[in-house]
Design a protein around this ligand. Structure first.
Ligand SMILES: Nc1ncnc2c1ncn2[C@@H]1O[C@H](COP(=O)(O)OP(=O)(O)OP(=O)(O)O)[C@@H](O)[C@H]1O
Ligand SMILES: [Mg+2]
Length: 374
């Protein structure tokens, strides 16, 4: 539907706004452009309707080289919604919506019917809103008019640049729902710019995550959540949103990185005191290089309570551990096979990195199952 081929936009010599972009936007999809401020989203979008001309490369719209189309005609055939709404203050709502149909010289009757139809479509009763002026409407209502106006001449392509950015969260969610509903009925090709990852995940058929004029990852929301390509993507999505799969999870992803530890030279009373304070039933014993050398459980303590001795004397030094990088599945098998309730995680030098407990495992598995079924 819309194809970018090696498209570059350079506003000035020392910075490239869009850097050799290749992108195919498919018919009927909502393609989200998202990324940090200044990464080139608006520039990319405005090159589609030629509000901005590429420095090099080509954009094809329905197979036609956009550079060869008449820009005015092109813009009339592409709906455009922006954040600052851009309604004309001196025109009524009806006149605003009928703008492009009028430019296209639709007869008056047809324009009137279209305005009525569209106001219904975006949930604004025509008899109440048609003759009002933009300033008499709330932000959300104005934004609905903006959407209606973009749809007016029934263009196959709609560009939306942070259309809901200025709205309060509730109105915003409402408009997102309405857009999805509209899209079910109308099947437009929509290019949608947003800053908001939740909005992107909710609305996007596919999401293009941009950075410094390039696409870092282009994928469906599901694939983005399951298989982020690098740390930039992970950070942008937010690690708590990522779908954690047991198959790909490593022990360090789910371990407690700050287990309760003590040096072997400490006494039993100190050990007991720390256990009580931290509400744990075992202590990991490490040397001064953080190397794991043993474990003392509450049971060991009880059996030796009457002796004044050091933790070193009562600790168990045969401990089952896993090395960083081990898969969670494997860890689960080890815990089940060896019948242990905890599993220290160490690095290749045997230094303690964290602790896996049965509870932490169960929590993660439950969470993944829950995400997979919801
Ligand atoms: N008219 C212009 N002249 C010079 N540089 C520009 C112009 N418009 C944009 N830029 C620069 O091009 C880069 C991309 O800008 P663009 O507006 O496309 O970013 P964006 O991703 O839409 O950012 P935002 O999220 O803040 O809207 C930025 O570095 C910006 O400063
Ligand atoms: Mg922008």
């Amino acid at each position: 539907m819309i194809r970018f081929e090696n498209v570059t936009k350079q506003y000035d010599l020392n910075s490239i706004a869009v850097d050799n972009l290749n992108l195919h936007i498919r018919k009927g999809e909502i393609l989200i452009l998202i990324g940090p401020s200044g990464c080139g989203k608006t520039t990319t979008m405005k090159m589609i309707n030629r509000l901005i001309e590429p420095t090099s490369g080509k954009i094809y719209i329905q197979g036609e080289d956009a550079g060869k189309l008449d820009p005015v005609e092109l813009r009339r055939n592409i709906g455009y919604v922006i954040q600052q709404i851009g309604l004309f203050p001196q025109m009524t709502i009806g006149e605003n919506i009928a703008l492009v149909p009028k430019l296209k010289k639709w007869p008056e009757q047809k324009r009137r019917e279209r305005v009525e139809e569209l106001l219904h479509l975006v949930g604004l009763p025509p008899e109440k809103f048609r003759d009002k002026y933009p300033f008499e409407l709330s932000g959300g209502q104005q934004q609905r008019v903006g959407v209606a106006r973009a749809l007016a001449a029934d263009p196959p392509i709609i560009l939306m640049d942070e259309p809901f950015g200025a709205l309060d969260p509730i109105t915003r969610e409402q408009l997102q729902d309405e857009l999805l509903q509209l899209q079910l009925e109308l099947q437009k090709t929509i290019v949608f710019v947003t800053h908001d990852i939740d909005e992107a995940l909710k609305l996007g058929t596919r999401i293009a995550l941009m950075r410094e004029g390039k696409i870092v990852q282009l994928d469906t929301p599901d694939r983005l959540l399951r298989t982020p390509e690098n740390d930039f993507v992970r950070d942008f999505i937010g690690r708590d949103r990522l779908i954690r799969q047991p198959e790909t999870l490593k022990v360090e992803d789910i371990m407690n990185p700050n287990p309760v530890t003590m040096l072997p030279t400490h006494g039993l009373a100190e050990g007991l005191d720390l256990m009580r304070k931290r509400r744990v039933d075992s202590l990991l014993i490490i040397d001064r290089f953080k190397k794991l050398i043993g474990i003392v459980t509450i049971k060991d303590m009880q059996q030796n309570l009457n002796q004044a001795c050091q933790l070193a004397e009562i600790m168990t030094s045969e401990i089952i551990t896993v090395v960083e990088g081990t898969g969670v599945r494997e860890a689960l098998d080890i815990m089940a096979g060896k019948r242990v309730g905890y599993l220290p995680v160490v690095d290749r030098q045997g230094r303690l990195k964290g602790l896996i407990t049965r509870t932490s495992l169960v929590n993660v598995l439950a969470e993944t199952l829950w995400k997979a079924t919801s």
